[in-house]
Design a protein around this ligand. Structure first.
Ligand SMILES: NC(=O)c1ccc[n+]([C@@H]2O[C@H](COP(=O)([O-])OP(=O)(O)OC[C@H]3O[C@@H](n4cnc5c(N)ncnc54)[C@H](O)[C@@H]3O)[C@@H](O)[C@H]2O)c1
Length: 308
């Protein structure tokens, strides 16, 4: 027997159920498409709402300074604490009552930082000789201090990772290809960790990624800048203060000087030839030609002292 319902011939009970299933699937498919597009609309609306909210929030924080976190009693591990930024940051944390764990390959410099930190009121300061480029050594020293850091931080859902990258970690730099690639890697690692931790809703583990231009610590002794107003050689105290404030305010990115934000934006929109012209204008292409570095500078100063 054939029964025609609508345009489909139905010959038996099975066919009827097949037809019903088809209709059901068709409807489900339609419903699915409908619900997917509704989801997309809802998703997009939610995204725009969040985007606007975070935009307004960032504007508000430009005017009203963020509440600074308290680091008293916190354990702060600083690698490369024996001089420059590491030492200055140790001073800042010491004067705010943090417990300091200082690592450096140079024991003498590290001991001097320890002495200065204690003078600043550091409650507890521990120093360790460690070559951070040696994985085994890092784990050996970590065992004596806080074991492996990130898993412990994740477990406690508490902590703050600070990465000192560089402007050379955002823009390739002439005669600095080795340094620049390590700084790009440091930036990539820190930013990826920040995103992973956010995704895993480990929102209490904060990240700060710092990208400064040349700082007068001695590391880039001899390097010059053509237009100090746009790209000044930075004062180390100023940079350390900026970094410390960024950590306390839980700022994720810190580029110093401010012109760096504009330069980074320009890099995305101008042609490579325009970028080279800009680099030439700012003298970035030749800034390393006069590089002497700390060792040579110290040797030269020593020779000059002896000649006097
Ligand atoms: N000075 C700059 O112009 C400048 C610019 C941008 C970024 N940075 C970055 O800022 C950070 C601090 O730089 P700084 O100018 O204070 O340098 P610095 O030379 O004054 O201090 C670096 C410290 O790290 C120690 N160190 C070096 N290799 C080590 C190792 N393998 N293991 C353990 N300790 C080691 C040194 O003994 C020294 O005490 C660095 O990561 C640097 O790349 C510096």
């Amino acid at each position: 027997m054939q029964v025609a319902v609508g345009k489909r011939p139905i010959s038996s009970k099975n066919s009827l159920s097949a037809y019903t299933s088809c209709k059901y699937l068709e409807n489900r498919g339609h419903y699915f498409l409908q619900s997917t597009s509704m989801n997309a609309v809802a998703d997009t609306a939610l995204f725009f709402a969040k985007f606007l909210y975070y935009f307004l929030e960032s504007l508000v924080f430009k005017v009203i300074p963020k509440r600074k976190k308290d680091v008293a009693g916190e354990i702060v591990l600083i690698t490369g604490a024996g001089s420059g930024l590491g030492r200055l940051l140790a001073m800042h944390f010491a004067s705010h009552g943090a417990i300091l764990v200082l690592w450096d390959i140079n024991q003498e410099g590290n001991m001097e930082t320890c002495r200065l930190a204690k003078e600043k009121g550091g409650v507890k300061v521990f120093t360790y000789k460690c070559d951070c480029s040696n994985r085994k050594e890092v784990y050996r020293v970590a065992d004596q201090t806080c074991k492996a850091f990130l898993p412990a931080m994740i477990k406690a859902d508490h902590g703050h990772l600070v990465c000192i990258s560089s402007m050379a970690g955002l823009v390739g730099t002439t005669m600095l290809s080795d340094y620049s690639s390590s700084k790009f890697a440091a930036f990539g690692l820190a930013e990826s960790l920040f995103l992973e931790l956010t995704m895993q809703q480990k929102s209490k583990i904060k990240s700060t990624i710092v990208c400064p231009y040349f700082i007068k610590t001695g590391m880039f002794e001899g390097c010059e800048t053509k237009y100090p107003l746009l790209l000044p050689l930075l004062d180390q105290e100023y940079v350390a203060q900026k970094i410390f404030t960024a950590i306390l305010e839980e700022q994720v990115y810190l580029l110093i000087p401010k012109f760096a934000y504009f330069a980074l934006f320009l890099k995305q929109i101008i042609s490579p030839k325009m970028m080279i012209a800009l680099g030439e204008y700012l003298g970035v292409d030749t800034c390393m030609t006069s590089f002497r570095g700390r060792a040579k500078a110290e040797l030269q100063a020593e020779t000059e002292r002896k000649q006097q």
